[in-house]
Ligand binder design. Structure first.
Ligand SMILES: [Zn+2]
Length: 781
């Protein structure tokens, strides 16, 4: 193995590591008053004890420096100082920021951030009302929507702040919030039903379970525990979301209440906190069932877990449909982290690596300054730096701030490595022996990971290493000697030995490309992965041979034909020292007129985490092979009104639909494709887009939708036929249309055209104040 200079230094000067042990004493968190019934299998690392310096470290640092410390705390306090806030869940952002920013401050010790934290923690209690209320609603509107929810985040944020700063000044405010919840909600006469105090069959308000468990442990007040027990009972009340009973019997998250993913995972994170505290095994079993169901049937390839913010049916993964809410990504990370702590099973660490390196980093702008709400499998990254109306923009930083807690941990046997990144971890073994673990690597841009132990003396313990599940060729060498790679019952490869200062371990995780064949809605497409990274095609990395992202196809799913190879990212998109792009052989999606197979056109793929950072369009699932026949494929599209769905009607994918919705009526709507060169057309097919309760189809009561063509680039549109099989819809009824239906119009004669469009009257459904139509795809032959 080739050692780099720094590594030689470590091995050559083992005392250097042990000498570092005495420096920078760990911050001592305020202990709980109540100890837990269930002992954690892994003790997570306090963020001041782990400094990550590789790719993960770059993202963690960017989160602190470019987002958390830059937040205007007065903006966060605004809805409390002047009730009601800008919108109904404006109150959640302060607590979410307090949680993330406290963890980030523990990690970096940034005094500017600490000042902001102190200010927020002092100012928020000043906004508390006499009875303990600390939401953003007016008194008449209390407990109707998102104000139990705001109390949840205020408690989570302030408890985290108090625990790590040792400043207990906000404690009375927290107790008064807890007391108000206890006196307001319950089964006793005169108390309110918490299920009715918020959205999503009560999932939103009852997710206050998590901080109420923490408040019980922090204060030792029994009534907070009794309130938690009330929530668990309320879940199973006739009007409740039946969280635990559904997960124990149906074992499916899409069957719990309305399937709202963020709120449900928030509840499950509370259930696990309760399990840790009290030890009710049903709660753990329910959560494990939920985890298995999500991983096996409801997880996107990047680790996203919802579209339209809900858990959906089995393998129902549209690429564009409000996919991948970042709040869901972050609560999914918290859920896996909880399960990893509680069970010590490596497969939760595997999920953490996958979702962090792909969906979470894909939602974070590479410089940490902004976040995406829905971060979909294709389109443009919707980065935003404001908070108004954007739950996700204060959730994302919480996910990144958690990374140092679980990257490296300890358990009863020794040290556990869950994520691989360069850096230094100062760990305390169960018997209080300090161990420093120094990691050197550019993983995932390098398949070598070098670990070095720092110890004051010789010590026998176990080093547990998570072997990435995607990797087919791994090796572990301790002091140059190969180690057997048989994972233990917890899934980790365990190296038990008497360690000495400077002992070194070399890991190799062979980084290779993989191709995943699409199914269901991605039939005919593939996704390309490289090591742990999901890759995407991006409009800015096509070279000059392919005009648009839509024109890109891969010649086959065969790795040798694709010739995928990693290379350093060009400087303009180098987001960290090891940033890479990936050469792949692409082809033009449109068959050439002569019918000859398309020439191989190399393009570069980019990690999903970095894709779209420049504002360019990207896509994860790439079509395979050339498309025959459709003359409109990848041609320029337009429609009468832009609508609010980011699909396409010329991309060869009927699932990526568009609409003309703008909240207004219209007498006509049209969907068009313009050809770059005049082309002979003999038939036109309209593939229907999705229909909704308030429109999405053509009202055929005054005539079927018309097909029009034009003979010059900017000429008049001329009607050449109608979609005669279009059903007898009205403004109100879609006559069974749901989306995906095809209607073809044979032209009276083959016609040379510059453009094709379908025109009709949009339908209003149940809302006559507006009307719109929808199209999945427009085809011409
Ligand atoms: Zn959100």
């Amino acid at each position: 193995m080739k050692l780099n200079p720094q590594m030689k230094l470590i091995i050559g000067l083992p005392l250097l590591i042990s000498a570092a042990l005495g420096s920078a004493a760990a911050l001592t968190p305020v202990p709980d008053k109540v100890s837990c019934a269930v002992a954690d299998r892994q003790a997570f690392t306090q963020p001041d004890q782990l400094r990550l310096t590789g790719w993960l470290g770059a993202r963690v640092e960017a989160n602190e420096a470019n987002r958390l410390v830059k937040i205007d705390v007065n903006r966060l306090l605004e809805g409390y100082r002047k009730r009601p806030g800008r919108q109904s869940w404006d109150g959640e952002h302060l607590g979410k920021w307090l949680h993330a920013a406290t963890l980030a401050w523990v990690n970096t010790g940034d005094s500017a951030l600490r000042q902001k934290l102190d200010y927020a923690a002092a100012e928020l209690p000043k906004c508390q009302q006499a009875d303990g209320y600390l939401g953003t609603y007016l008194e008449k509107d209390r407990w109707t929507e998102w104000d139990v929810w705001a109390h949840k985040y205020n408690l989570l944020g302030l408890i985290t702040y108090m625990r790590y700063t040792g400043n207990l000044e906000p404690l009375p405010a927290c107790r008064r919030m807890g007391d108000l919840l206890c006196s307001t909600f319950g089964e006793e006469p005169g108390k309110r039903d918490i299920i009715k105090a918020g959205e999503h069959v009560g999932l939103a308000p009852t997710s206050v379970l998590e901080p109420m468990v923490l408040l019980y442990r922090f204060t030792g007040e029994k009534r907070y525990l009794e309130f938690c027990q009330y929530i668990l009972r309320a879940w199973e009340h006739p009007n409740g979301p039946k969280v635990i009973s559904t997960l124990l019997t149906a074992k499916r998250v899409d069957k719990v209440a309305n399937g709202k993913a963020y709120e449900m995972l928030s509840c499950l994170n509370g259930a696990l906190e309760y399990y840790r505290t009290i030890g009710d095994p049903n709660l753990l079993e329910a959560c494990l069932n939920a985890w298995k169901d999500i991983v096996e049937r409801r997880l996107y390839i990047t680790g996203a877990a919802s579209y339209g913010e809900l858990f959906r049916g089995d393998f129902d993964f549209p690429n564009v449909a409000d996919v991948g809410e970042t709040c869901v990504t972050v609560t999914w990370i918290q859920f896996n982290a909880q399960l990893l702590r509680l069970t010590g099973q490596a497969h939760f660490g595997e999920q953490l690596e996958h979702v962090v390196l792909n969906q979470l980093f894909g939602a974070q702008k590479c410089d940490g300054s902004a976040w995406g709400y829905y971060v979909q499998m294709e389109g443009k990254k919707p980065y935003s730096a404001t908070l108004d109306g954007h739950c996700c923009l204060s959730s994302g930083p919480r996910g990144v701030a958690l990374i140092p807690t679980f990257a490296v941990s300890t358990d009863a046997d020794g040290v556990v490595v869950n994520l691989y990144d360069a850096g230094t971890a100062k760990l305390i073994l169960k018997d209080q022996t300090p161990v420093t673990l120094v990691t050197e690597t550019r993983y995932p841009a390098e398949d070598q990971v070098r670990l070095a132990m720092g110890l004051a003396g010789e010590k026998e313990f176990t080093l547990k290493l998570r072997m990435p599940a995607w990797c087919r060729a791994t090796s572990v060498r301790v002091q140059g000697q190969p180690v057997a790679l048989s994972p233990g019952p917890d899934g980790y490869v365990a190296v038990q030995r008497s360690w000495e200062d400077g002992d070194h371990v070399e890991l190799e995780f062979k980084l290779e490309p993989r191709v995943v064949i699409g199914d269901h809605k991605n039939n005919g497409k593939v996704a390309v992965l490289y090591g742990p990274l999901v890759l995407a095609a991006e409009a800015d990395l096509l070279g000059n041979q392919l005009p648009t992202l839509q024109a890109v196809a891969l010649p086959s799913a065969d790795l040798s034909a694709l010739a995928i190879a990693a290379e350093p990212a060009p400087d303009r998109i180098k987001t960290w020292a090891g940033a890479e792009v990936f050469h792949v052989n692409a082809i033009s999606r449109r068959a050439s007129k002569s019918g000859e197979p398309g020439a191989v056109l190399p393009i570069r793929l980019i990690p999903f985490a970095d894709a779209g950072n420049s504002g360019a369009e990207y896509k994860v699932w790439i079509p395979v092979g050339q498309s025959e026949g459709n003359l409109l494929l990848d041609e320029k599209e337009s429609r009468s009104r832009p609508g609010n769905v980011a699909g396409s009607i010329t991309d060869g994918d009927p699932n990526s639909f568009v609409v003309t919705f703008e909240g207004k009526p219209a007498s006509e709507d049209w969907f068009a494709a313009t050809l770059a060169a005049p082309t002979d057309v003999k038939r036109v097919t309209f593939v229907h887009g999705k229909t909704f309760h308030d429109g999405g189809w053509f009202d055929a009561s005054g005539g079927k939708p018309r097909v029009q063509v034009r003979a010059t680039p900017a000429g008049e549109w001329e009607t050449v036929g109608v979609l005669k099989d279009y059903p007898a819809t009205t403004a109100m009824t879609a006559s069974g249309l749901v989306g995906g239906e095809s209607f073809t119009c044979e032209l009276p004669k083959t016609t040379k055209v510059f453009g094709v469009r379908v025109v009709g009257k949009p339908a209003s459904g149940d809302d006559p104040r507006q009307a719109f139509a929808s199209c999945g795809e427009l085809l011409a032959e």
